[in-house]
Design a protein around this ligand. Structure first.
Ligand code: ADP
Length: 227
């Protein structure tokens, strides 16, 4: 498997290496400055979270490959879910100099769907925006109710996706061959997994043209009856 041969697994090493190095530094007793200590701790927390996201992608990838992926249905408040995700990543967003633009009602928007799958999809889109559209001026989240569910949009003001790649970015292992992508870690699996998760749940993941040439990913969530 291409994935197992390095391209994918290799990515796990980077966060693990950072965690180990920072933890060793803290253990060495050489750092006394409290501010530095708390920066190191936030590196450890951030890198562990990144590791979790990568591992969840790998687990989903292999379950989908083997037809073993299962879904659970629950009544989810999408407003609350999105707010929680945005809050958990606010620091990363501001560190990339992105202005957060959130368009959603305060009221809960309840839909029956698989909350873990929706979270994994939004996290993949958020990670991509941070990787490829950093300093892209803004990151926008929209949430709207639809007759049969809801739509979430994640839009950025980055460079967008070149014309010839717009369909292919949803293919397995497909990465745009430009300088922007080559400096960022990745396996080209995130969007293919995310689209598969949404389609399995009866919805979809679609690329729209974003404002100012950036990109907008539309997550269509279909209300699900219990399986
Ligand atoms: P990965 O990020 O691991 O390479 P993905 O499947 O998530 O894989 O994305 C596929 C490719 O689509 C990326 O390699 C990148 O070239 C492009 N891409 C994804 N999101 C964005 C974005 N927000 N802006 C620009 N390019 C993007």
């Amino acid at each position: 498997r291409v994935w197992a041969r390095g391209r994918g697994w290799g990515q796990l090493k980077t966060p693990l290496t950072s965690i180990r190095m920072v933890a060793e530094l803290m253990l060495s007793g050489r750092v006394r400055d409290e501010k530095k200590m708390s920066t190191y701790l936030s590196v450890i927390v951030g890198e562990s979270q990144r590791l979790t996201r990568l591992i969840n992608n790998i687990l989903d990838f292999s379950r989908l490959e083997q037809g073993r992926k299962t879904y659970r249905t629950a009544e989810v408040d999408l407003t609350g879910l999105l707010k929680r995700i945005i809050e958990a990543h606010r620091l990363r967003i501001t560190e990339e100099d992105l202005e957060l633009d959130i368009h959603m009602d305060e009221d809960p928007l309840r839909v029956k769907t698989d909350p873990d799958a929706v979270e994994q999809v939004v996290l993949n889109l958020l990670d991509n925006a941070l990787k490829y559209a950093g300093s892209g001026r803004f990151l926008r989240f929209d949430l709207e109710r639809r007759q049969s569910g809801a739509v979430i949009r994640v839009c950025d003001g980055g460079p967008g996706i070149p014309e010839g790649h717009r369909d292919r970015i949803f293919d397995r292992f497909h990465r745009v061959d430009d300088s922007l992508t080559s400096v960022q870690p990745g396996s080209g699996l995130g969007l293919s997994i995310a689209r598969q998760l949404m389609r399995d749940l009866g919805g979809d993941l679609v690329l729209e043209s974003g404002p100012d040439n950036g990109c907008c990913f539309r997550v269509e969530i279909l209300e699900r009856e219990r399986e």
